[in-house]
Design a protein around this ligand. Structure first.
Ligand code: ZN
Length: 454
């Protein structure tokens, strides 16, 4: 049995409403043994964190680590031309490029206090990268197929099964588990969505799907009109609108349930709340992505109680900084509803920790600093000029601090980021030398940069 380790800080935030001052978390074999006031340490190994908030590791419920290399590649372009150009540019990337990109994203998560992710990946590289950097969570293998003239349902599901086979072996022995992500209602046709739902059910897999993200998507599903509908018609794809909201449509496809994570929810209608709640589905709230891509503000009140916070990819929100996401989430709800009471610091910290763990169905394992939980923690330094003074812990975390203030991240008791470990930013990830990955990332960046429109 490994020695117990004592992590000591000025503030230990057990969960957003409960904290101890001058306190410590004791961990052993990857699990939290005790959270207590500071004691004489005896023979224990002690890590003194000083003026810092030691808190549960952040849970980023919606990422696409694969796409980190595309950060900033296409800016200030409307949503659908943006997706088209990204897809075209990313075609130049090699399998090694995708891995370097995902490693870079995983490193950004670890450096920003994130210990758990819900990631959607077309290549599967995100699973390798997350495992390498020591992150936990759910890696959803993406599935596409809108054109009935393309792959048959059986072929698509068989290909998905093969990809899941390799993902399972990557996840074995790590705090990661596989899931599936039929990408969205406008990129996966109805019979394939239904088949994906059956496959997930029969194989006990969680599901993630982009839903109710944009107006053109809801126009397509409700009435078969709008930008996406026109684009499908141009491709001679005959897509019959079910005449429903996206949430109702996905429910009819059999996709909703307690193990389903819906992403975005900007275009949710009042009736969708009941459907979501009755099915037990959870939402990923991605306010910066929704705003930056011009899609709008998700009505948090219509998303129910099972909501986690996600940055989306570095393509849509540019950073995987959960502090920025928390701050922006509060600002956007207040600005759009012209009310302070809509949401506050404690609630959004809760959404970024235990709420996210709940949305991924792993709340018994992570999201709070309590005995028996996985030792998933991050320490946020209060030593920077902009973090002082810090009257209230949650207030400081949401309104003053940023990912740059994270000094230590621990996942399952393993230090995965330590600002004190190296002099440069590449040397702070114990067991992973980031420099070779940086060189590979720059190679991939050069290929993306050189792409020209055919
Ligand atoms: Zn997404």
């Amino acid at each position: 049995m490994a020695d117990a380790v004592v992590w000591r800080a000025e503030v230990v935030l057990i969960e957003p409403g409960t904290q101890l001052h001058d306190a410590e978390v004791v961990t052993q074999n990857g699990v939290i043994l005790e959270v207590r006031q500071r004691r004489a340490s005896g023979n224990d190994v002690v890590r003194e964190l000083g003026s810092a908030i030691l808190m549960p590791g952040l849970v980023n419920v919606h990422t696409h680590l694969d796409y980190t290399v595309m950060r900033g590649a296409v800016e200030d372009v409307a949503f659908f031309p943006w997706i088209r150009e990204l897809t075209a540019r990313s075609a130049v990337l090699t399998p090694d490029d995708w891995l370097a990109s995902a490693v870079w994203g995983a490193a950004e998560c670890a450096a920003g206090g994130v210990t758990t992710i819900g990631d959607c990946t077309p290549t599967g590289r995100a699973a390798e990268a997350a495992a390498m950097l020591g992150l936990g969570g759910v890696i959803f293998q993406e599935l596409f197929g809108i054109d009935p003239a393309g792959q048959s349902v059986a072929e698509s599901i068989s290909e998905l099964e093969q990809k899941l086979h390799s993902m399972r072996s990557i996840c074995a022995g790590t705090p990661l588990q596989p899931g599936i992500s039929p990408h969205s209602p406008y990129t996966v046709r109805t019979d394939l969505l239904q088949a994906a739902a059956r496959y997930a059910h029969n194989n006990d897999l969680p599901i993630c799907i982009h839903a109710a993200e944009s107006l053109p998507e809801s126009q397509l599903v409700r009435n078969g009109i709008g930008e996406i509908a026109e684009s499908l018609r141009r491709r001679s794809i005959n897509w019959k609108p079910p005449g429903l909201t996206t949430v109702q449509y996905l429910d009819e496809c059999g996709l909703l349930g307690e193990r389903t994570l819906l992403v975005h929810g900007v275009q949710t209608a009042a009736g969708d709340l009941l459907t979501t709640q009755q099915s037990g589905s959870a939402w990923a709230h991605c306010p910066r992505s929704n705003a930056k891509l011009g899609n709008g503000v998700a009505p948090l009140g219509l998303l129910g109680d099972r909501v986690g916070l996600g940055t989306d990819s570095a393509v849509s929100s540019n950073t995987l900084d959960m502090f920025e996401e928390m701050r922006f989430a509060v600002y956007m709800q207040r600005a759009s509803r012209r009310q302070i009471e809509t949401i506050g610091a404690r609630k959004i910290v809760s959404m970024a920790t235990e709420g996210g763990a709940g949305a991924l169905n792993i709340a018994t394992r992570t999201g709070r600093l309590e005995p028996g939980s996985s030792a998933d923690m991050c320490a946020v330094s209060l030593n920077s000029i902009s973090c002082q003074p810090a009257y209230d812990s949650c207030g400081a975390l949401v309104y003053s601090c940023g990912a740059r203030d994270v000094m230590l991240t621990v996942s399952g008791g393993r230090v995965i980021y330590d600002m004190a470990a190296g002099s440069g930013p590449f040397e702070r990830f114990p067991g992973v030398d980031l420099l070779p990955w940086f060189r590979k990332l720059k190679g991939a960046e050069a290929r993306v940069r050189e792409w020209t429109s055919p």
